[in-house]
Design a protein around this ligand. Sequence first.
Ligand code: SF4
Ligand code: SF4
Length: 361
Amino acid sequence: MSINSSPLPPLYDRWMQQCLQSPIPNEPKATCNDCAMCATEQPGSSRDAVFYDPASKCCTYMPTLWNFLVGALLEDDSPEAAPGRRTVEARIDAGVAVTPMGLQRPAVYELLYSRISNAFGQAQSMRCPHYIEEGGRCGVWRARESTCATWFCKLERGALASEFWGRLHRLLFLAEHSLSRWCVLQLDLGEPALRSLIPRQQASTGAPLAAADFDQRADPETYRRKWGPWVGKEQEFFRRAGQLVRELPWSKVRELGGAEAQVAEVLVQDAFRRLSSTEVPEHLRAASVNLKLDPDGGALLTTYSPTDPLRLSKRVLEVLPYFDGRPTAAVVESICQTRGLDVTTPLLRRLVDFGVLEDAG
Ligand code: SF4
Ligand code: SF4
């Protein structure tokens, strides 16, 4: 979900600049201020595409706001952050699924989310509590978590970019997970509270819910146990967590993430190298994709995601079978001679990025 020049929130942007030694390109097709997934009367908006409800856009999702992100949001006293900060304060005051780890998803929300088949982009009742109705924007934009920070409905480089963002999501999630635990340790939550916060066995998704869960209220005893010495001082705890994390360099975050985060980092760097390359493979073949033909002989192709279909003209569609694994330069020459079509390098790259053509090397 992208609004400004950097596709990432400031803290994650700084870390990734250190990790990748280069800025991450923006995703300008995800035009959140004028949502690219909301139907318009404009010509070119296809009846075949998937559309989201303008009252929710893609924010039919409740993210976990990790303790240090909550702290960053509480510390942001700029006027434009005020509406979002109020949504965070309201959740802390309500106490539902509020733990020293952060603001988590209430059990009822989890249950509903797992049971509704087409909630995403559609079910207004599943809308994120940090969505600001006025202006239809995210209230926690500057400290949104990894899922929201790395999800885009449309990607400039299609499947290739999807691989990068998926890898980055994993890396940031691992970082969030370890940092939230690290904050809890640094802030001396105490062993009894830790025991309550991190049970020996995670509750299974099918575990029965308590009455308090259904009523969307916090059970006072469980709540007190989890917060230990910090009960009643939750906002201060979150602020301290935010202060602990905000100055950390990426090298420290990587160290705290352990081997799993370090492996994830290598895979992000690898995906970023491929995303940064515009080379065209020396041998290509046409991939198998879903397509819906247009009356003019062109088609809408669904490749890596239904939210980002690719429209191809009849002329381009007709030359795809030429790509059968022979050297790309020879195929391009043959298309030029037999069909009079100039298959340019940017067009080839686009077909590869979106998985219409695949590397046959
Ligand atoms: S669907 Fe979400 S990511 Fe895509 S443009 Fe709309 S708000 Fe942005
Ligand atoms: S945190 Fe922001 S971007 Fe994420 S679902 Fe909520 S309103 Fe949308």
